[in-house]
Design a protein around this ligand. Sequence first.
Ligand code: IVH
Length: 682
Amino acid sequence: MVAATKTSPAERVAELRRLLKHHAHRYYVLDEPEIPDAEYDKLFTELQTLEAAHPDLLTPDSPTQKVIGEVREGLTPVKHAVPMLSIKTETDTTEAGALKFDASVRHALKLPPDAPPVRYAAELKFDGLAINLRYEGGVLRQAATRGDGETGEDVTHTVSTIGAIPRRLKRVDAPVLEVRGEVFMRRDHFEALNQRQREAGAKTFVNPRNAAAGIVRQLDASIARQRPLSFFAYGLGEVQGWDVPPRHSALLDALAKMGFPVDERRDVAHGGEGLALFHARIAVERDTLPFDIDGVVYKVDDRALQQQLGFKTREPRWAVAHKYPAQEQQTRLHGIEIQVGRTGKLTPVAKLEPVFVGGTTVSNATLHNLFELRRKGVRIGDTVIVRRAGDVIPEIVGRVPGPRKAYVPNFRMPKACPVCGSAVVREKGGNDHRCSGGLFCGAQRKQAILHFAGRRAMDIEGLGDKLVDQLVDGGLIRTLPDLYKLGVAKLAALDRMADKSAANLVGALDRSKNATLARFLYALGIRHVGETTAKDLARHFGRLDPILEASVEQLLEVPDVGPVVAQSIHTFFRQPHNREVVEQLRAAGVRWAEHDGAASSTAALPLAGKTFVLTGSLPTWSRDEAKALVEAAGGKVSGSVSKKTDYVVAGEEAGSKLDKARELNIAVLDEEGLRRLLPDPN
Ligand code: IVH
């Protein structure tokens, strides 16, 4: 930032306006921000503060005085029948923020201290882009972005491709109805999209909000069609001929009945304390939500009270956005280290000046691979943007533009593995560098053990990364079977290991010997063999020995196994040391039930031979539960809809998979429908 001593307030105000205009253009027009939102907010607040202290410097065209938002060239401007206003933001992320809003509402309504608590509708603040959907006679006629609040952009062509947005309403309560809400991209869809971009060597998106905005504001709808977006309704625009329910919470119920997705986490809260509780509850859920939120929104529930409260300079007095800690921050990049993963992949990891982001302090973040690092132009010493959202690993999304003080050489991958010294190789045309040391490499050994012990693999409770470090570094374990040679005495001799925990671990190791073939295959950590493939292999072959001996052609007969996976399994079992590991594990007493392959064993089950695709969230079953039930009944769960799919089980917020199912005329079930197909639990 500019040194305060050398700059006059007038100069700083001019500088801030220039910066804010530049960054608003990057954000709203180009969908390519250069700095995190939190940094933009800081500049904005600094300008507001300066203008308040020097009213003579205030001009009507200051970014603090008007909503920024231009129409993209090529899109048609739409004048909103009812302006799309924004709401006040409460940046105090503690419960005080909720109490403050409640106090301001009570003050504005002139409520005496003993008046009962005000009733609020409390919702999540989805981090996407605001859209106005105009229905005439129950049919979607137009979709528009917010723009500057008065005039937005016509994005009917891209928004019509969003599966969650009804093209026709289930009930037509109003001849003209404008519904407002947020278009966003779920985190898993965002990760998958960026993963595809990375694999294709293409530019990745900074965050889900940007991806959603970029896709909706495309001139060409074909891109939107390939990229899943979601939507939640949260309010109204123009309405003709409908008695709008008297409470906001009831309005959302009504919108849900018309067919709009409305988030189920919303609640009615009473008084400031009720709001603070909601804020705290959602804060706990934030990391595990399927999408990004940057806060919660409180609205006075009673619409008559909303009207009484009215507006103050373009912002309603009856609503506020109560923020959570930002998920993106900027900080300094000290260095780049190389981490070696279970499969030997070398990942460049950014070493950062510690920064509070997404609710925790982050000092490491992934840079994914050398090519992505180069594309982002990140060098040591740069100011970079870190993103930490949900339980995904923090990542560097880019560098903040600006001159470097000195020349910094571009980062290079090491020629030798930093852990074991083996040669580093890169597959032709691939993006990843790998250590060629295999289980000789300590890093791969540690990761392999952790994977083997994982909950979905052999499920060895108590075998965490600290312990594995000690076991491998102390030379107690070289290969997986060594695990089963650990006794209480050896374990209890380790640092910080009590006799009782040692005994518990030995018990857990013993229990883990009782495995299933699928878990065992998954636990071996064969490249490209995830849980689903492991189950497919177990079902198809029924026993381990034919898998060990299978040719690539035989492996290709397994449903859903393609050439890359088949080759990988084949190569794995041709390595003598891997065969030895398998034999030693069997000798140590690891066992599972065996049978004679798919045809005979599952044919009798009710869903044998049927392929299911699960999409959206079901009312009572989690995705994993539904999957387990289908599989227990002999069915197969696949990740994508194709002509081979028999049923699509769709829940709330089902997106493109549901569209595809309809397109291909595949039976669509809800949870109840699935329950009927399953055998009676009694
Ligand atoms: S209500 C007059 N509710 O946050 C009230 N907005 O300034 C209009 N947002 O960009 C907004 N979730 O797109 C409302 N549950 C929610 C919201 C929400 C996200 C966005 C909205 C706008 C900003 C509010």
